[in-house]
Design a protein around this ligand. Structure first.
Ligand code: SF4
Ligand code: SF4
Length: 325
């Protein structure tokens, strides 16, 4: 891949070009030390050097709450979003999260419409002590990224994996260089490397491992970890009908398999009443059944669940006790 150079002044102009065609979502500072993804058309709001965001990028692909369709006198109207979103300044782990969400949700009409209209612009990162993207094979840039900006001294070298991105790099704002690269990846020494294949092999055989009960004792069952996770995509569906029962709408909103009511079925039976079973279910899905179906874990090692757990639970320790250490 041939790189093209862009300086900070031209990056600002490039950003303005993007905002003229797309609604831009980018990392921004919130308060003294936190960062979020939010909507902006002002380059000065954007922070391209950030550790990670609190809000996961899934918020813009699978909104917290959305109407799926409405119906009236036998006629159904599907809600297909038309907005054009540009996700600007994503780290490689979050771009991998989108690539993995694509595997699950591509046939969902609203998700697909959003993704087909979307522009993805990535930026290089400096991993922190909570990151483990290498262990979960999410440190290599996937081919869905339209433009990737790699910091190079005071400037950026831009690369593209898509036709849409290559067209953007033809702009006069980007200068030709002789810099070539085979693949874009984050290389660093992980604080705790996890053997994710060993975890996957053992997790079902080791069903009664004491780690589940130990962790459930500390866990508050708040589901914070699944809310901030860019790859937890469970949602609940509610049908609302109005005065006339032939009028109504179907709405979905985020849910979490860590919450008590998630596995409650008609008649009141709950398949995962205790927290130990719910906690085990999260890990089994992320590191075994998702891998069986898609070949990669439903985790990109972004570390959000570790950073934002109020009980200080570190997923890497649990995975270590399951044979991953
Ligand atoms: S954020 Fe921590 S305390 Fe809350 S459910 Fe997740 S593991 Fe449990
Ligand atoms: S499980 Fe934790 S580390 Fe993995 S993607 Fe979700 S929030 Fe990030």
């Amino acid at each position: 891949m041939q790189g093209k150079k862009i300086n900070k002044e031209n990056l600002k102009k490039f950003f303005a070009e993007i905002t003229s065609q797309y609604t831009v979502i980018a990392p921004m500072k919130k308060g003294d030390k936190d960062f979020i993804y939010g909507e902006t058309d002002t380059f000065e709001d954007v922070c391209l050097e950030y550790p990670t965001t609190i809000t996961p990028i899934k918020k813009y692909l699978l909104p917290y709450k959305e109407k799926m369709f409405s119906f009236e006198r036998g006629k159904m109207r599907e809600e297909i979003p038309e907005e054009k979103l540009a996700l600007f300044g994503l780290h490689i782990c979050d771009i991998n999260a989108i690539a993995r969400l694509d595997m699950v949700l591509w046939n969902d009409p609203a998700y697909k419409a959003r993704r087909e209209n979307m522009l993805i612009i990535g930026v290089s990162c400096t991993p922190n002590d909570k990151c483990f993207c290498k262990s979960v094979h999410a440190n290599v840039l996937p081919n869905i990224c339209d433009v990737f900006l790699m910091q190079h001294e005071k400037d950026y070298i831009a690369y593209s994996h898509t036709e849409k991105g290559r067209k953007l790099l033809n702009s006069f704002l980007f200068e030709h260089t002789n810099i070539e690269i085979k693949e874009i990846k984050v290389e660093y020494n992980e604080q705790k490397h996890i053997d994710i294949h060993r975890v996957g092999e053992r997790i079902l055989k080791d069903y009664e491992n004491p780690v589940w009960a130990e962790t459930a004792k500390r866990c508050l069952g708040c589901a914070n970890c699944t809310v901030v996770c860019p790859l937890c995509y469970c949602y609940d569906v509610v049908d609302n009908t109005y005065v006339h029962t032939d009028e109504g709408e179907r709405v979905r909103c985020w849910d979490s398999c860590l919450l008590l009511n998630f596995a409650r079925v008609a008649g009141g039976h709950n398949f995962r009443k205790d927290l130990k079973a719910r906690y085990r279910n999260v890990y089994t899905h992320k590191f075994r059944t998702f891998v069986d179906e898609f070949g990669v874990p439903s985790c990109v090692g972004c570390g959000r669940c570790i950073t934002f757990c109020p009980a200080g639970i570190d997923m890497r320790e649990t995975l270590g006790k399951l044979g991953g250490a």
